[in-house]
Design a protein around this ligand. Sequence first.
Ligand code: PLP
Length: 248
Amino acid sequence: MAENLREVRRRIDAAARAAGRDPAEVRLLAVSKTWPAEAVRVLAGLGQRDFAENRVQELSGKAAALADLPDLRWHLVGQLQRNKAAVVVRLGATVHSVDRASLVEALSRAAEREQREIGVFVQVDLGGPEGEIGARGGAEPADAPALADAVAAAPGLELRGLMAVAPRGADPAPAFARLAQLSARVRADHPGASGTSAGMSGDLEAAVAAGATVVRVGTALFGARPLASREETATDPVRSHESHQHHP
Ligand SMILES: *Cc1c(COP(=O)(O)O)cnc(C)c1O
């Protein structure tokens, strides 16, 4: 795992330099979904601090198992139901997958109740390989600026920027370019929202080239996820594609 971490950091550094960017601008988020808490502990021991899950139950389970590591930062990158908003807020997790106004309200109410400031990315749907909407989750691009406004105005929430998953099976560059354009538009109204969460194991270079400040990497750090857990979540649009993915 130490070697994987070094290699991922090397890839981020190389991509940032190639784009004329400071590698320190790009934060690595380790996506530990399906891996046991002990795998997170190993990576934390190597200096990694930011970890992401895509299911609330797995997030709270791992956070509890690793409560003795108080300097870990948790992130949610998967779908969130309104009734689970309070659980995520109590963990102080950054939410990368806010895609509708009702969720903004639920998170804000919970954040106010818990007196916490929660970081939020608005997830944008960049479409499938043919540009179809609904393939990978997220708000429609046309709706993203208004949703970002709602987050910025919501008590207890701090707008970090936009998040997206590139269409699978297509060149990610045009999709990330559209995300960068949309991010610039949101940033014009909300200068503090300087983040862009984009790029995974297979496309982090393209994301960094397009300005990503957070890359979400699972496979390249932890290895290929167990097949059983991938099939079990086949209804999840992000994960159901993973059986087609090649793993190192
Ligand atoms: C699983 C997941 C990742 C990490 O994907 P890898 O290809 O394993 O690096 C990133 N973002 C989201 C939203 C995910 O669900």
